[in-house]
Design a protein around this ligand. Structure first.
Ligand code: SF4
Length: 227
């Protein structure tokens, strides 16, 4: 914990690239990046091409991704030869429906996220000591205090958020400057993109994450709770 306090002090204001480089040197192959191929993640994947092209990349494949997201993942995986693992839930959608009823996301989205995201990620992170996330402070009120480094007690790992201090505008400037492929749904008003049953486009002036689980008071899937 003392080390994390020191690291947060030392790296506050540092470029994401600097933090990524440090994390790769510190943790080696005990480090993974978890991404849903949203803008912050794309920036880091691009930076990691030079720093650690073999880094383990995990993405949660709930079986409920938009076709546009699937296409983007395939595009990046092929273009940059990512060391990518699609993390899937234990149950298929049919098995989940048999066990818990159809369209669980409509009746109990917390349980649905638990089964399709939180538990599978825990299993996938078991071999790792630390993981990188694209979470940023400007994404929502609940993420405003996101530290660069924190102990993730849910997964017994160090969680690193190199993009925490970047803004939406910085991210898009980087993406356009480097001509990075991005999810075409962003051009249709989707500022944050998750599973299709739980994601809508947002209106101008709304929070970046206002389109996730809209209208039901849920703001996080559970993976980033308290983080
Ligand atoms: S985002 Fe929606 S569909 Fe996806 S796992 Fe969570 S509740 Fe289920």
């Amino acid at each position: 914990m003392e080390e994390l306090v020191r690291l947060n002090r030392e790296f506050e204001g540092a470029e994401p690239e600097t933090i990524l480089r440090w994390a790769v040197e510190r943790y080696g192959d005990r480090l993974a990046m978890v991404t849903s191929f949203q803008p912050s993640g794309l920036v880091m994947l691009h930076m990691l091409r030079e720093i650690a092209p073999e880094l383990a990349i995990l993405t949660l494949d709930t079986g409920l991704l938009f076709p546009e997201t699937e296409a983007l993942i395939d595009c990046w995986a092929g273009m940059y030869h990512l060391n990518l693992t699609r993390v899937t839930p234990t149950q298929t959608l049919t098995e989940q429906a048999d066990a818990h009823g159809a369209a669980l996301w409509e009746r109990d989205p917390d349980q649905c996220c638990h089964l399709r995201k939180t538990i599978p990620l825990g299993d996938a992170l078991r071999p790792f000591e630390a993981w990188i996330t694209g979470v940023r402070r400007d994404q929502s009120t609940s993420r405003r205090e996101t530290p660069l480094f924190r102990w993730d007690s849910k997964y017994d790992t160090v969680k690193i958020a190199p993009m925490a201090g970047w803004t939406e505008s910085q991210v898009w400037t980087y993406i356009h400057a480097h001509h990075l492929p991005y999810n075409t749904l962003h051009d249709q008003g989707y500022t944050s993109i998750g599973c299709f049953p739980c994601t809508r486009a947002v209106a101008p002036g709304e929070d970046i994450r206002a389109g996730r689980w809209s209208g039901i008071g849920k703001t996080e899937c559970g993976i980033h709770q308290n983080g």
